[in-house]
Design a protein around this ligand. Structure first.
Ligand SMILES: *Cc1c(COP(=O)(O)O)cnc(C)c1O
Length: 499
């Protein structure tokens, strides 16, 4: 299995190279040159296999330069009892057509764990083949979920150090506490005065600074990235769509071979793209339903072909989907154009220069056949949380509620009764304030994050995850706040080196 770049289709690389480097040097994303195929017998073989074994079988089709022993050790190390459910990613029936795929039983209670618990293993294996035994330094700018999931994934992993920068006022109280109390000998966390873009810009600058790279090299260290465009984050996400399908067969909801739909609450387009790969591999998927909040750039794109990021940015109750540039879309367009790197360069050049691009003709037809798309606002999200709880006794978070809302509208409009897997991406207790407000139909009784957690538990009877409850009263370990200009200094300090 070879990989190439969306902006240079003549490049050839192995999986280790793609994972160790994260992004191709001309700015493109690594993509497999061909998508491996599976059949009904392969899927049948997954039905009685545990999650770790399902992961081995699917990942070995993509990560062909990793040995079977290596992959088996990696997946066994990642998907342990640290996931609060033995199924790792269990499927729950909502009604006669809708099934919820819970992706948030990992240590940080968001779906990012599904990939970030495995990535450190994949990355250290890749680095030993590609980077000649240098220590790997992971730098992350986060708007919330990714930072904590990366910290948990990389903590105390030999041969790695991880540093996370977050905007001091741009994350939820729970997210902030999750990061500032992080344990581990190889971790560092620092708040930035500014917003997410300031943190992101600072990290990119450090990543590409020749002086910083040179200083790290003198200390036998090299940068790598854990962000969502790394192939090592995408590949693990393909697994759970197969896993969900196998579970639906197992519990009698479908027969092997029967088509399903998949609905995904979407931000950077990584999670839904993984579902596309599963479909191309032969998983019987009919439509991919892309759900957005008020930041509806993808809804417009998938229905009209026009991608226009010059639009108001909305801060919503589903912050992990507050994104106007969905990076992973580039991979989809590369595949749908049959690997046409020239078209990809033109479209993403337009996006950088003019803030928009348009696709039409056959490409737009393909998009419309594969995808349905819809969006809802915060009021719709709250209504859905209340309705799902009142009608089904199921408590969902704000991101999942966006997906359920868009799915219900799709089913209503099309009459499509195909069994559907809805990706649930976070524990409701990560967003207690908004979820509690939706359930009570008004303001919460208290402003304290943990009082709200308790109130929500009391009202719904749904237990909050232990790993969130035990944060109460914990003293932060990392209290440093710096400006964008001071970030390089903080990197050196956290790494224990002077320039
Ligand atoms: C990251 C995230 C998303 C968006 O996923 P993408 O892969 O970026 O589309 C949705 N929900 C939650 C809770 C997230 O953390």
């Amino acid at each position: 299995m070879n990989y190439t770049s969306t902006r240079n289709s003549s490049l050839r690389a192995e999986a280790s190279f793609a994972i160790a480097h994260g992004i191709s040097e001309e700015g493109g994303l690594f993509v497999p040159t061909s998508i491996p195929k599976t059949d009904a017998a392969f899927i049948e073989g997954l039905v009685n296999a545990p999650y770790v074994e399902r992961a081995n079988r699917i990942l070995s089709l993509y990560l062909t330069d990793y040995t079977h022993e290596e992959l088996a050790a990696d997946t066994a190390g990642a998907y342990t009892e640290r996931f609060g459910d033995p199924a790792v990613a269990p499927v729950k029936r909502l009604d006669d057509t809708a099934h919820i795929l819970e992706l948030w039983h990992g240590p940080t209670c968001a779906f990012k764990d599904m990939a970030l618990q495995l990535l450190p293993y994949l990355l250290t294996g890749a680095a030993s083949r590609v980077s000649g035994g240098k220590e790997t330094v992971i730098l992350v700018a986060t708007s919330g979920d990714t930072g904590k999931a990366a910290l948990e994934g990389f903590r105390d992993v030999p041969g790695t150090k991880i540093l996370v920068f977050f905007p001091s006022d741009g994350v939820s109280p729970m997210q902030k506490l999750q990061m500032t109390t992080q344990a581990g000998e190889n971790v560092g966390v620092c708040a930035i005065r500014g917003n997410f873009d300031d943190a992101q810009t600072g990290v990119k600058r450090i990543f590409t600074s020749p002086e910083v790279i040179e200083t790290l090299a003198r200390h036998n260290m090299t940068f790598s990235s854990a962000n969502s465009i790394n192939w090592g984050r995408l590949a693990p996400q393909i697994v759970y769509y197969f896993s969900a399908y196998a579970d639906l067969i197992k519990n009698g909801a479908i027969r092997n071979g029967e088509k399903i739909n998949v609905t995904v609450p979407t931000g950077n387009f990584g999670n839904i793209l993984a579902a596309y790969y599963a479909r191309e591999m032969g998983l019987p998927v009919n439509r991919l339903i892309c759900a957005s909040n008020e930041n509806d750039v993808l809804t417009e794109f998938l229905t009209t072909g026009r991608y226009n990021r010059r639009r108001p940015f909305h801060t919503t109750v589903s912050p992990s989907m507050d994104i106007l540039i969905s990076s992973n879309l580039e991979r989809l367009l590369w595949h749908l154009t049959g690997g046409d790197d020239e078209t990809v360069r033109r479209l993403f050049g337009d996006l950088a220069e003019k803030g928009e691009y348009t696709v039409d003709g056959g490409l737009l037809e393909k998009l419309r056949t594969l995808f349905a798309a819809g969006c809802t606002d915060d009021a719709g999200t709250a209504k859905t949380i209340a309705a799902v709880f009142n009608e089904h006794g199921y408590l969902c978070d704000t991101h999942t509620a966006v997906a359920v809302n868009v799915y219900n509208a799709y089913r209503e409009k099309t009459g499509d009764r195909t069994p559907t897997v809805i990706a649930s991406t976070a524990s409701p207790y990560k967003f207690s304030k908004a979820v509690l407000g939706a359930i009570t139909g008004g303001a919460a009784g208290s402003d304290s994050e943990f009082d709200m957690v308790e109130e929500l538990e009391r009202l719904t009877g749904v237990p909050a995850p232990e790993q969130l409850k035990t944060l109460r009263g914990k003293a932060p370990r990392f209290t440093d706040v710096c400006t964008g200009d001071e970030m390089t200094d903080r990197v050196y300090r956290l790494l224990g080196i002077a320039d």
